[in-house]
Design a protein around this ligand. Structure first.
Ligand code: EAX
Length: 329
């Protein structure tokens, strides 16, 4: 019997003179996208949507590998990697971008938006383009504005009013605005990278933290170590879907368009993830043994924040605050 391999080789030799050699297929470009959270988080949902879009739409020219759990460094390091062109993309919390320009932190000013819909609209419009222009100067292209969501407090007691924060060892995101806002409200607030939070809460360095529902449900340790979630809704946190401007420039036109489309797909996925969790997240926390505190005195928090408007405005720059308020309106 004719061995199959020999047959193929023989027929290739016979056919060879008539075959027009094809150009070798270019290798698929693998884009690396990192984030600082778990594989059940909204950040991962965003990264997966990015990966799927890139793989499907580039017709084999590109695909993507996802690096969750700060495998490529903290959120600050990943944003820097994107700016340097050593990392292609990241789903980034906004607070860490404040080192590029004060205005970027102002989006997370307490009670900046009337509701989630208003925040999304601003980010998809004038506010998003304004931030995009700032980031471009640092070789970062914002390819979408995703959503971390409305931040709430977790602690081992209810937080119904600002006075409940007094002396509480509270972890906040690495940004001056967050540190000062919570210190002003009475907490003993300090900043820490998210990747270090688990250990810091376990050892008692912090006894409280604040994050959106989607981050809390994606982090088992938070549901285990914190007995209460109080629905303060004090800050709306976007996620910036960031891509390296240097890498984008290296790509050919159609691939650039694919990357831009992938950014929009990623932001839509994080928003959808949060919407779905509004229905299930609180039940998930209750099932994990947490108490959900709904009767928060939001007006008291808002009053306390407006009492700090001079201090916080000076910190971020009164002009920045006015500019962002105009772009949000
Ligand atoms: O993954 O640092 C934070 O609290 C952010 O919400 C978190 O990094 C998102």
């Amino acid at each position: 019997m004719l061995n199959r391999r020999k047959f193929l080789v023989a027929s290739a030799a016979v056919c060879a003179p008539f075959v027009i050699p094809s150009t070798p297929r270019a290798a698929t470009r693998k884009l690396r996208i990192g984030h600082n959270n778990t594989v059940t988080s909204s950040l991962q949902a965003g990264a997966v949507a990015f990966q799927k879009y890139v793989t499907e739409k580039s017709e084999g020219r590109m695909d993507a590998e996802i690096f969750p759990l700060s495998q490529l460094g903290s959120e600050v390091a990943m944003a820097k990697g994107v700016a340097d062109g050593t990392l292609d993309a990241t789903v980034s919390p906004m607070a860490v971008l404040s080192s590029y320009h004060a205005d970027l932190s102002v989006v997370e000013y307490p009670y900046m938006f009337s509701d989630v819909a208003a925040a999304r609209k601003a980010l998809d419009g004038k506010l998003g383009s304004y931030f995009g222009d700032i980031l471009k100067k640092h070789s970062i292209t914002a390819i979408g504005w995703g959503e971390n969501g409305l931040r709430h407090m977790t602690a081992n007691k209810p937080i119904r009013k600002p006075a409940d924060l007094k002396g509480l060892k509270l972890r906040v995101q690495p940004a001056k605005l967050h540190i000062e806002a919570f210190r002003g409200l009475g907490a003993t607030a300090d900043a820490l990278a998210f990747s270090e939070l688990k250990e810091a809460m376990r050892t008692g360095r912090f006894e409280a933290q604040e994050n959106p529902i989607s981050v809390i449900t994606a982090s088992d340790f938070l549901m285990k170590l914190q007995s209460h979630i109080s629905l303060t809704g004090h800050v709306y946190s976007p996620f910036a879907i960031l891509f390296s401007s240097d890498v984008l420039e290296e790509l050919k036109g159609p691939d650039r368009e694919v990357v831009m489309g992938a950014g929009l797909a990623a932001s839509a996925a994080t928003r959808k993830f949060n919407e779905d969790l509004v229905a299930t997240g609180l039940a998930q926390m209750k099932a994990a043994g947490m108490t959900v505190v709904e009767d928060v005195d939001v007006a008291e928090f808002q009053k306390a924040v407006s009492g700090m408007s001079k201090t916080l405005g000076d910190l971020v720059g009164q002009e920045s605050l006015t500019r962002i308020r105009e772009l949000v309106a």
